[in-house]
Design a protein around this ligand. Structure first.
Ligand SMILES: Cc1cc2nc3c(=O)[nH]c(=O)nc-3n(C[C@H](O)[C@H](O)[C@H](O)COP(=O)(O)O)c2cc1C
Length: 403
């Protein structure tokens, strides 16, 4: 029998992690404090970010003692694509976690049979990410004028993305009670010297970048002007977003229609928290919505996304696919979201921690942890497929849902 490589040195840490909580601890140990702080994010009092996870724990499961199924299925069709587990990669714009960044995440998504969401503020060009995972959805905020948006949609379509995610839940809330991490405008020599004390204590993170000869890229290449102009910095891109007048429902319908003309692939509206908005999204012609509070990064005090899910799913029925994101940290959370009406969930921090802990393999590890937990919950519940999950699968405390 060949010994696994980690067993050859008893002091070497097994790079595999058994839960998302372990991945988070490893990410915290490995990353410089401001980079880890940027991943945790959250806003104001941090109430929503906490509730996103706490609410999942309020939902109970009642397993059977016998009569279980030996074969269980976790696959289904989401946005027209067969996925091997109903967990998609949510777009996130944190760039300094790992030198391979979104390309590593995309490879992991492809390897594990799911879809990749690529942020507007990603550090890697959409062309490279689609090459790593052909089933990539491009995410856009409402930023820039319509001509600029058309140009960005066209570039994403030409790169081969399989759908567009419009994220519109953002209100530029500033300030966190625990203090915001410092994010430099760009990583030049001056910044490196200034931030050195926070970074020298994280040799593994430094080594990763050193090996590739790269410094953390704080630009947004997918927002570069056509014809090869320089990509804006993260703050330049954020400024454009802040100064763009907020979208109306007519703008949503325009965006949906324009994407349809350019690409003809699905259009997802992310950030829906109200049943009336969900109905308007249906009227605007979207193919799917994600019930989401931006992972607790938007308006603090918004209830956990899982509390909002069932009323919204009931309001729209099967007119659109309903996804949800926010607080998913284990396979049983996926079960709970599916039981309350989600076709699939999206994850954010969980894969960012996996990426920080162990690159592409760490993101695959996260997806495997979620798949394992999902399968074990199905086994315990006596179900043979995720298609059998309904609200009756769960013990839902009175007053849990918010509408
Ligand atoms: C650090 C960070 C950056 C994010 N950046 C984006 C983004 O660029 N676009 C977007 O649509 N959502 C963004 N999100 C929100 C995620 O897509 C997702 O809604 C959220 O992370 C889900 O919650 P979870 O982290 O608890 O899984 C970001 C979230 C985090 C934590």
């Amino acid at each position: 029998m060949t010994r696994p490589s980690w067993a050859e040195n008893p002091w070497k840490q097994n790079p595999w992690f058994e839960s998302i909580a372990v991945a988070q601890r490893r990410a915290q140990r490995r990353l410089p404090a401001p980079v880890y702080g940027a991943l945790v994010a959250g806003s104001e009092r941090g109430q929503t970010i906490e509730d996103n996870q706490a609410a999942f724990a309020e939902l109970g499961l009642l397993p059977h003692v016998a009569g279980h199924h030996a074969d269980r299925s976790t696959s289904r069709t989401v946005l027209g694509h067969e996925v091997s587990l109903p967990v998609l990669i949510s777009p996130t714009g944190v760039q300094a976690v790992h030198p391979d960044g979104e390309v590593a995440v995309a490879r992991a998504a492809g390897a594990r049979g799911t879809l990749m969401g690529l942020s507007n503020f990603a550090s890697k060009p959409v062309e490279d990410v689609v090459e790593a995972c052909p089933r990539t959805l491009f995410q856009m905020y409402w930023t820039g004028d319509r001509d600029v948006m058309v140009q960005r949609m066209t570039r994403a379509h030409r790169a081969g993305v399989v759908g567009l995610i419009a994220t519109l839940d953002w209100s530029f809330s500033m300030g966190r009670d625990w203090g915001s991490p410092e994010i430099p405008e760009r990583v030049d020599l001056k910044t490196m010297v200034r931030m050195a004390p926070k970074v020298v204590t994280k040799p593994r993170w430094l080594y990763q970048f050193g090996r590739t000869g790269q410094v953390p890229d704080l630009t947004a290449p997918n927002l570069a002007p056509p014809g090869g102009g320089p990509a804006p910095t993260f703050f330049g891109a954020y400024y454009e977003w802040m100064t763009t007048p907020p979208p109306s429902w007519d703008d949503v319908a325009w965006m949906r229609e324009t994407w349809g003309q350019i690409s003809g692939t699905p259009f997802v509206l992310k950030g829906v928290g109200r049943a009336d908005d969900a109905r308007r999204a249906v009227d605007a012609g979207v193919d799917a919505i994600s019930v989401s509070n931006h992972g607790g990064n938007n308006l603090d005090g918004t209830p956990a996304a899982i509390r909002l899910l069932h009323p919204i799913a009931t309001a729209v029925g099967d007119q659109v696919e309903v996804l949800m994101d926010g607080g998913v940290r284990r396979g049983s959370d996926v079960v709970k979201a599916l039981a309350l009406g989600a076709r699939a969930v999206l994850i954010g921090r969980a894969y960012l921690w996996g990426l920080a802990a162990n690159g592409q393999a760490g993101v695959e590890n996260v997806l495997d942890v979620l798949r394992g937990g999902l399968d074990s919950a199905l086994l315990g519940l006596g179900l043979s497929s995720i298609d059998e999950l309904t609200p009756d699968t769960l013990l839902v405390p009175e007053g849990f849902h918010r509408s």
